[in-house]
Design a protein around this ligand. Structure first.
Ligand code: UGA
Length: 431
């Protein structure tokens, strides 16, 4: 099939590349000339394991193209995916849909035969209805169908999540587009992916409800971890003990710092804001948002009780992104913790497998170390902030000569007994 992805951010690029790998002809469109030129040469703008290889392979096979010409790309395609950003609006909790609607207007100028127009961007319930109205101002209703097909890709695992999804969700109010979409996804369905066909509004809500539920699950275990810290219980035992109940499930029960990234914080706020508009009170999600916001303060308090005096303490910070296997800093709790330590006079060295971050350029007493070894040698306190595999086999005793070394493992990647056997003081989350 001939597909056009509008927006080569995370969602558009990964989905476009994976669709081309399934044998479709894909054009990825973006306004950014520089980005498109780089992509044509196989240079990708984001960190995502395996993506660059897949881009190069499919450019070579001539199934993957990049363009800045939206009109021409839409004309050549049968299915158009809208993959532009839907950030939180300034001074509000709702999603800013201006990019989605402006792309909708652009598309409406180029419809020459029947097209399926899909929102892959995360959009609130009724966005498809509004998009349909916008396009039908220029185009006869028989010439297009607006469909919702949300993505469930995790950064760092996006290619695997695309190829082996738990489910594919397609929301359409028309039989014709339902058939075409099922056909598009047939290679994944035949490998075992469940296919959920709903009406358009339901698909829009499935996406938000999924992210809000996952954020709730994480927040739940984080609060249980707080209780574990007070009662001498290891939260890892609780995660295993409750996760083995199939009704609960073991995934997304890892306690840690406040959840971050470009999705959970934004989408939990947006679903609450949509519900408010419909006079429906999502009180559970509201308290999840609050609990997660309070979590960073709670961890800072815990840091106080662990480190006691910050002044001139040498602190090593391992991993600054919002989670492992990504270079994304959006809503990462390191953005709160590092400046906090710096303000109180600590000397911070940080290391991240994806390199130094501009966010810390102007923060006093913060320096980037180009290796794990350079980061932790001579350190008083080591904070493990993300769960990169690179950190799991560090030999702390070998790398740090400090007899009073303290480790604060915010992802519980080490065994407390093993670390304590080395004569190092160990603190984890909920243990
Ligand atoms: C999330 C969803 O998992 C995807 O299904 C969805 O498609 C995506 O948002 C999106 O809407 O685009 P992502 O934000 O990439 O994906 O990352 P997650 O792996 O979900 O992690 C989000 C946050 O939760 C991170 O800060 C992570 O450290 C934290 N987390 C996750 C935990 O603290 N504990 C866990 O057990 C799992």
């Amino acid at each position: 099939m001939k597909l056009c992805m509008i927006g080569t951010g995370y969602v558009g690029l990964v989905s476009g590349v994976c669709f081309s790998d399934l044998g479709n002809d894909v054009i990825c469109v973006d306004k950014d000339n520089n980005k498109i030129n780089n992509l044509k040469n196989g240079k990708i703008p984001i960190y995502e394991p395996g993506l660059e290889e897949l881009v190069k392979k499919n450019i070579k096979n001539n199934r993957l193209n990049f363009s800045t010409n939206l009109k021409e790309s839409v004309r050549k395609s049968d299915i158009i995916f809208i993959c532009v950003g839907t950030p939180t609006k300034k001074n509000s909790n709702s999603a800013d849909l201006s990019q989605v609607y402006s792309v909708g207007k652009e598309i409406s100028k180029s419809i020459n035969k029947f097209k399926i127009i899909i929102t892959k961007s995360t959009v609130p319930v009724t966005t498809g209805d509004d998009l349909e109205k916008i396009i039908s101002k220029k185009v006869n209703k028989r010439l297009f169908s607006v469909v919702s097909n949300p993505e469930f890709l995790r950064e760092g695992e996006a290619i695997r999540d695309f190829i082996y999804p738990d489910r594919v969700v397609v929301g359409s109010n028309e039989e014709k587009s339902k058939k075409i979409l099922r056909n598009l996804y047939s290679p994944l369905i035949s490998k075992g992916a469940k296919y959920v066909s709903t009406n358009r509004r339901a698909a829009e809500l499935i996406k938000y409800a999924s992210n809000a539920f996952l954020a709730t699950k994480i927040t739940f275990i984080n609060e249980i971890a707080n209780l574990c810290e007070k009662t001498g219980i290891d939260v890892e035992d609780i995660s295993i003990g409750i996760g083995l109940d199939n009704r609960i499930g073991s995934r997304f029960l890892r306690a840690g710092p406040a959840y971050g990234g470009s999705c959970f914080p934004k989408d939990t706020k947006a679903i609450v804001s949509t519900a408010d508009k419909f006079k429906s009170n999502l009180s559970v999600i509201k308290s999840v948002i609050k609990s997660n916001q309070n979590r960073s303060d709670l961890l800072l308090k815990r840091l106080h009780s662990i480190i006691k005096k910050f002044n001139n303490k040498k602190v090593s910070f391992l991993g600054v992104t919002f989670k492992a296997n990504t270079d994304d800093m959006r809503d990462s709790s390191s953005l709160k913790i590092i400046p906090y330590l710096s303000k109180r006079g600590a000397k911070i060295k940080y290391y991240d497998p994806t390199g130094s971050k501009k966010e810390f350029n102007n923060v006093k007493n913060v320096e980037y170390a180009n290796s794990i070894q350079n980061c932790i040698s001579g350190s008083d306190v080591i904070i493990i902030h993300t769960e990169w595999n690179d950190f799991k086999s560090i030999n702390f005793r070998k790398l740090s000569k400090n007899k009073k070394l303290i480790i604060y493992d915010m992802r519980n990647i080490f065994s407390p007994t093993k670390i304590e056997k080395l004569g190092i003081k160990y603190f984890g989350i909920g243990r």
